[in-house]
Design a protein around this ligand. Sequence first.
Ligand SMILES: Nc1nc2c(ncn2[C@@H]2O[C@H](COP(=O)(O)OP(=O)(O)OP(=O)(O)O)[C@@H](O)[C@H]2O)c(=O)[nH]1
Ligand SMILES: [Mg+2]
Length: 247
Amino acid sequence: MNESIVVVPTYNERHNLPKLVSLILEQPVSFDILVVDDNSPDGTGQVADELAREHPEVHVLHRAAKEGLGKAYVAGFKWALAEGYDFILEMDADHSHNPNQLPDLRAAAETHDVVLGSRYIGGIRVLDWDLTRLLISSFGNWYARSITGMSFTDLTGGFKCYRRKALEAIDLDQIHSVGYAFQIEMTWWAYCRKLRIGEVPIIFYGRDHGETKFSRAIIWEAVWTVWKLRLGLIRNEAAGSVTALVG
Ligand SMILES: Nc1nc2c(ncn2[C@@H]2O[C@H](COP(=O)(O)OP(=O)(O)OP(=O)(O)O)[C@@H](O)[C@H]2O)c(=O)[nH]1
Ligand SMILES: [Mg+2]
């Protein structure tokens, strides 16, 4: 068992997963991998099982139905904590995140409890997106930053590394959000706990194969969630609340 594990949520990613797994396993730093599949109709779960038979580093968590990214991550994080991993990373399965940057995130976690892979620190590094999608993402980050007061440049990204301590500080059963808001919410509770949060620059690539799950519902969830967090309308007993910041 390695001390670090990469949690990869999948929904209809059968064409992306095998290449992703081999790229992660080629890294100079060793990582285990947990695929969290929500019973993808395209058979991603079976592809993941085959990869697990081939590579002892690969594990698969099968969930019964699609419930959104947030629920899949929570299940994956709980599994990783129960198995005893010290560094828990997350990335998308669609080759938007480059596995060559996993060692950078892991290295930054030597001195931080939560490391955010940032597309926007020191300039915009997003390839293949049309202008509308880029504007939604950069405006969304500005909006989340302004309302929450967290000064990080990329609050909605899904390429991150948590130290065990950070995930233990948050009550994962009380996580509210399912889409991009999940990423903001997790960072928010770490921020309320005054954990050490850092950012490392990453390059983001548009998805390789398959269909997007990006939707209006996901955007609206994020629009409201930042207010709910800031106003203390969502609570996380373990992590404390906004009053800890103000008080
Ligand atoms: N297990 C699980 N994985 C999901 C779910 N929704 C999305 N994912 C995975 O989460 C990752 C990010 O989702 P994407 O569909 O790439 O979302 P996105 O990056 O905003 O949008 P596109 O890249 O344009 O599709 C991918 O690996 C998806 O397969 C879900 O409900 N359950
Ligand atoms: Mg994607």
